[in-house]
Design a protein around this ligand. Structure first.
Ligand code: MG
Length: 114
């Protein structure tokens, strides 16, 4: 799996080659991200919940999901880049904070509460 820095750098190069830096700001990139989340949701929205996992592994849906997930990831990494957030470090810190908030020995097999 590629790391987030590699994705960020590839996106920066893609943008620079097209001189699109002028269109990159936190609000614009966030709106693009929301649009891509909508495209991803559209692929899954009417699948029966109990069949969605199996169907997601079948073509052509599998490839379409990968494409839209990639769009979401690239824009999320771009938003983090615009805001100066180290997304990998922040995500790991959030997982660590969640682990502290929901100790496994107290929450195993129980749906998370607020
Ligand atoms: Mg898309």
């Amino acid at each position: 799996m590629s790391d987030l820095t590699e994705i960020r750098d590839a996106a920066r190069a893609f943008i620079a080659e097209r001189e699109w830096q002028q269109f990159q700001d936190p609000k614009s990139v966030m709106l693009a991200l929301v649009g891509e989340v909508g495209e991803l949701a559209e692929l899954l929205q009417w699948l029966p919940a109990d069949e969605a996992r199996a169907l997601s592994r079948e073509e052509p849906l599998h490839t379409r999901l990968a494409e839209e997930m990639s769009d979401v990831l690239v824009y999320l990494v771009g938003l983090a880049d615009q805001c100066g957030v180290d997304l990998g470090e922040s995500a790991l810190a959030k997982i660590e904070a969640s682990a502290a908030k929901h100790p496994a020995e107290e929450t195993r097999g129980v749906a998370p509460q607020k």
